[in-house]
Design a binder for this molecule. Structure first.
Ligand SMILES: [Ca+2]
Length: 188
């Protein structure tokens, strides 16, 4: 198998593993469904399914489980798709991320990452990478986190891969639950 194919397969398996055990609702309800935007694609994760290293039953906003990161787990959550897998992908302008987060530090040096890559090029080419800080205003309690990514139209290409994940840069312990991703078109 050509080397770049091995890489793509490895990356996809890694993200599948991250995504396993999570509930996905392709057209889930959305707080972002306001008059000003139209939601083209949604995913909602309540982390209630079969526990793995990143599913924790110590704390939960909904149900009995949440996603968890710790000094030993640097990356959390994770979705990966070819942009072409998203309906009306050419109209995607922004991705809204919202979730509940429980932290014992106001800024644990963690970021939510959106990355777009072209794995068809040799060498593989990163097209866009943006990491936005995850911060809460409450300590030792659940709080809302909202993050918005704007995507340049030039980066919206059928064969490009979009990834969204949490990078626990500071290697701290915190929990996240009820994570909603909305791919949106801003109505003009
Ligand atoms: Ca939950």
């Amino acid at each position: 198998m050509p080397r770049f194919l091995v890489f793509i397969v490895a990356v996809r398996i890694e993200f599948l593993l991250w995504g396993c055990g999570q509930n996905i609702a392709a057209n889930g309800s959305s707080a972002a469904k306001k008059d000003s935007v139209s939601v083209l694609y949604s995913e909602f994760h309540d982390f209630e399914s079969v526990p793995d290293a990143q599913i924790d039953s110590t704390k939960a906003f909904s149900g009995k489980r949440s996603g968890a990161l710790s000094p030993k787990i640097e990356y959390g959550f994770g979705m990966e798709k070819f942009l072409g897998e998203i309906s009306s992908f050419k109209s995607v302008e922004e991705v809204n991320v919202s979730f509940k987060c429980w932290m014992n530090k106001k800024d644990p040096d963690a970021v939510f990452v959106l990355s777009i890559d072209n794995y068809n090029s040799i060498p593989n080419k990163n097209i866009m990478w943006e990491g936005k800080p995850i911060v809460t205003s409450k300590l030792n309690d659940w709080d809302d986190v909202h993050i918005n990514f704007k995507i340049n139209k030039l980066f919206i290409v059928r064969d490009y891969t979009i990834k969204l994940y949490i990078w626990n840069k500071g290697k701290n312990t915190f929990y996240f639950d009820d994570l909603l991703l909305d791919f949106i078109k801003t109505k003009k």
